[in-house]
Design a binder for this molecule. Sequence first.
Ligand SMILES: [Zn+2]
Length: 66
Amino acid sequence: MAVPKRRKSRSTTRHRKAQYMKKLKYIKEGLSRCPQCDAVKRPHHICPNCGYYKDAQVVTIKEKTK
Ligand SMILES: [Zn+2]
């Protein structure tokens, strides 16, 4: 089994953990971020903001007109 050569610094550990907790927060709430427009969306669903799903535009979103 592979064993880490050196102990990771407190800074490195905390930095990694912070990134993970940030991601975990969205998973807990049942949400994910759109990679296209960075809006909060439901996982495995088309983004309601830009209409993208898996790097391709699936639906054209009508822009709100006053
Ligand atoms: Zn989007």
